[in-house]
Design a protein around this ligand. Structure first.
Ligand code: MOS
Length: 782
């Protein structure tokens, strides 16, 4: 047997290359826009509302219809099934029916012979809309009773009686803005009609089943009539968990009605203007500490800016509650959360799924306490880390690595030295100031909606010994297919080149949960493990018969068959063929459902997570106190990987997550005006981190916590948790500003853009500070 020994060997030390690396670097990977088009394919483009809230009085499509090449213009009247794509709550029409609820809401869908004609035709459509009052602020929505779902409250202990016993109590507010996903591949779908009114949808989606369900509802057909196929995404980050449904449903509808293939691939500006983003949150907090700086009570009220429809907001809201105390044990906690309906595009999943918004507030509360008491925030943080056996406010007991991560970071990165160097630097510098922050993270792994924690895998072994794997996992750059392949290699012990990961397809794997919640590798990997193990045990039974041995004494190692520890001279291929000739099944469809987890919504208590992921980051920021510009110099992390099954893939997730988190906390500023129009709708007005904003140093230490956990091969989920290290960037910047201007009152408001830094450095309404600043300026300029 010929096998590339290097690759196979490297699997064992967890450094197998991402299986997509070759096609990625050659430009051969297939994304939606790379699918060869069938003859006669038509192209769609949505006509969006220019008004955030109003009643459509008239819609004029006549000019567009007259254009050569325009085939049909769909409105809500052309929908063959239900005009509804809402996932959790049916509150989201596909095409506006009389009302528009957000700027960018599709009113009509033009289908034409070329994408250029479709876009030109959209410009010729006009709608007359009677405007209604626009709400963009979640607190205003809450006051007016505009809630997506009833409020949720998580409670532990008794905060009301705890305040009296507190030595220090602080109250404040904290706001975080939204975040544009900016997946490199925009949203899109390609719908191809088949016989008997079947439709095949190629979609750039994290949730093939969600797309299937939405298309079927809009078309009014059963789910077996619609097949959804996904090769890979050029990024998702949560933005394609539910929001891919719209484009698939529009293309599906047009293909169904016109009996022609229809494709719509959004351009960047369309995508930014029409899709929802990370939820902005407004929050109020109250924190109480005893004289030893133990946090004894914490109350928080979260106002989530949901946008105009539910989308995934209720689920995102829930995760904000789950993570409202981050890595800390606080015996008396009360967290209240409102999902507030505004006239923004429906906000949606984004890496962290509400967790980061909840965590920012507790970190702000601790920062306020620290600043007021004149102690280092990390003293309070460290004292209050959750320990094994401590209870989260939702009833689950922690198996905590929080202190292990923190202590390892202290030693490994010599935090005392970092602090001293920073202090020395600040003592010797007027214009530049440095700040330090520690950011512990604790993130629960599992979909918080228990029934979603299930997955399936379909494994075929062909008679030539090659292996095909289908799962519900969607490859979106996170390397999940590589991990699936590693699981199969782990079970079969054959060369990785024998194994192919197939597209994610609803015909092969049904009723999938979206690739989300950091749980994709765990859920689908466990199903792959089960399917491969079942096939292996049948093959071992065949070998046992052949070599007259007990099946448990048969072993397949590196593609060769051993009986009682001795080589049999039979290899994998031969064994597979023997099994086939004996009419033994070489295929398996396995089903995995996460054990243990449960949650009681009536009590808001349970054990919702298979496990938690922990970590600690140390961040250093350097602010230019004349210009307000800054850099995040270093991020040093100790992260709880369990036993990483792929160091390169997992490192990539940490680095990407950190940079994305820093972007959210520092430079990415979504601006909607009072009329609900997105003003930061292009890359010229919305700044995301580029290579120059990546910290000069990102250090990642793999804390090996290979304990009994429910992670796939004990390799813990890694998708979302690292984003939250980025929160430390905000607090490191704040620390640096305070070094320049110690008496400054800085609102807890992220992102900390250079403009906000400058305002904080030079608060114009503060005479005392202004004088101090001008004397500093004199010192600098002479
Ligand atoms: Mo992810 S934010 O759970 O799609």
């Amino acid at each position: 047997m010929v096998r590339p020994v290097t690759d196979f060997e490297s699997f064992k030390c967890g450094t197998m290359k991402n299986i997509d690396s070759a096609t990625h670097t050659r430009g051969e990977s297939i994304y939606l826009d790379d699918i060869p088009l069938l003859n006669g394919t038509l192209f769609g483009c949505a006509y969006p509302s220019a008004v955030a809230h109003g009643i459509i009085k008239a819609l004029d499509v006549s000019g567009a219809l007259q254009m050569e090449g325009v085939v049909k213009i769909f409105t809500c009247k052309d929908i063959t099934g239900e005009n509804q794509i809402g996932g959790i709550i049916p509150d989201e029409p596909l095409l506006a029916d009389g009302h528009v609820h957000f700027c960018g809401m599709p009113i009509a869908f033009v289908v034409a012979t070329t994408p250029e004609i479709a876009r030109a035709a959209v410009k010729k459509i006009s709608a007359s809309i009677d405007p209604l009052p626009v709400i963009t602020d979640p607190r205003e929505a809450q006051r007016k009773g505009e809630l997506i779902v009833p409020p949720r409250v998580f409670k532990m202990g008794d905060t009301d009686s705890a305040w009296a016993a507190c030595e220090h109590v602080f109250e404040g507010s904290a706001d975080t803005n939204g975040q544009e996903h900016l997946y490199i591949e925009t949203q899109g779908a390609y719908a191809v009609p088949g016989e008997n009114n079947a439709i095949k949808i190629y979609s750039s989606t994290q949730g093939p089943t969600a797309v299937q369900r939405a298309v079927c509802k809009v078309l009014g057909v059963p789910m077996h009539q619609v097949e959804v196929d996904v090769t890979r995404l050029g990024g998702g980050f949560g933005g394609k968990e539910d929001q891919a449904n719209m484009w698939a449903a529009l293309c599906g509808l047009a293909a169904f009605v016109l009996k022609k293939p229809v494709k719509y691939s959004l351009d960047r500006v369309e995508d930014m203007a029409m899709t929802g983003k990370r939820h902005p949150y407004s929050s109020d907090f109250k924190i109480g500490l005893d004289k030893n700086l133990q946090i004894t009570a914490y109350e928080v009220t979260l106002y989530q800016n949901a946008g105009a429809a539910a989308d995934l907001s209720p689920a995102v809201l829930e995760r904000s509650l789950f993570h409202s105390t981050n890595s800390y044990f606080i015996p008396n906690t009360k967290a209240t959360a409102y999902s507030c309906r505004t006239n923004l595009p429906p906000n949606t999943a984004f890496r962290g799924f509400g967790g980061p918004q909840g965590m920012f507030v507790i970190e702000a509360a601790i920062a306020m306490a620290a600043e007021s008491l004149g102690v280092d925030a990390c003293v309070i943080q460290k004292k209050n880390l959750i320990q094994t056996g401590d209870e989260f406010p939702y009833g689950q007991k922690a198996a905590s690595e929080a202190t292990a991560c923190w202590q390892k970071a202290e030693q490994l990165y010599d935090i005392e030295k970092i602090k001293k160097e920073t202090a020395d630097f600040n003592a010797g510098s007027i214009v530049y100031k440095k700040g330090v922050a520690l950011m512990p993270v604790c993130f629960g792994i599992s979909f918080t909606k228990t029934p979603m924690n299930q997955a399936r895998a379909l494994v075929h072994v062909y008679t030539d010994g090659s292996i095909s794997i289908s799962t519900g996992a969607v490859e979106m750059g996170q390397g999940v297919n590589t991990k699936m392949l590693q699981v199969a290699v782990h079970v079969f012990s054959v060369d990785p080149s024998k194994i192919r990961l197939q597209t994610t397809n609803t015909g092969r794997i049904a009723n999938t949960s979206p690739s989300a919640a950091s749980a994709t590798a765990d859920l689908n990997g466990k199903a792959v493990l089960m399917a491969c193990t079942a096939i292996l045990s049948r093959l071992k039974a065949v070998a046992a018969e052949e070599f007259k041995q007990d099946a448990d004494r048969i072993e397949i190692k590196n593609g060769e068959v051993f009986a009682a520890g001795k080589s049999t001279g039979c290899d994998w291929n031969k064994l597979v063929m023997t099994a086939f000739l004996k009419r033994v099944s070489l295929s398996e469809h396995a089903h995995y459902a996460t054990p243990v987890i449960h949650f009681d919504l009536t009590k808001e208590k349970g054990h919702p997570f298979a496990y938690h992921v922990y970590g600690t980051a140390v961040l250093v920021a350097k602010v230019d106190c004349l210009r307000g510009i800054y850099e995040i110099e270093s991020v040093k992390v100790v992260h709880d990987f369990g036993a990483s099954m792929n160091i390169a893939v997992d490192k990539g997730q940490i680095e990407g997550g950190i940079v994305q988190g820093i972007g959210w906390m520092t430079m990415e500023e979504l601006v909607y005006d009072a009329a609900g129009v997105l003003r930061s709708s292009a890359l010229s007005t919305y700044k995301i981190p580029d290579i120059y904003s990546v910290p000069k140093e990102i250090a990642i230490h793999f804390l090996d916590t290979d304990k009994d956990n429910l992670a796939i091969l004990h390799s813990k989920a890694v998708g979302e948790p690292p984003l939250m290290y980025g929160i430390g960037a905000y607090f490191a910047l704040r620390d640096a500003i305070k070094k320049f201007n110690p008496s400054d009152v800085i609102p807890f408001s992220a992102p900390m853009t250079p403009e906000k830094v400058l305002t904080a450095l030079y608060p114009v309404n503060n005479k005392e500070t202004a004088d101090a600043v001008s004397s500093k300026e004199k010192a600098v300029y002479g």
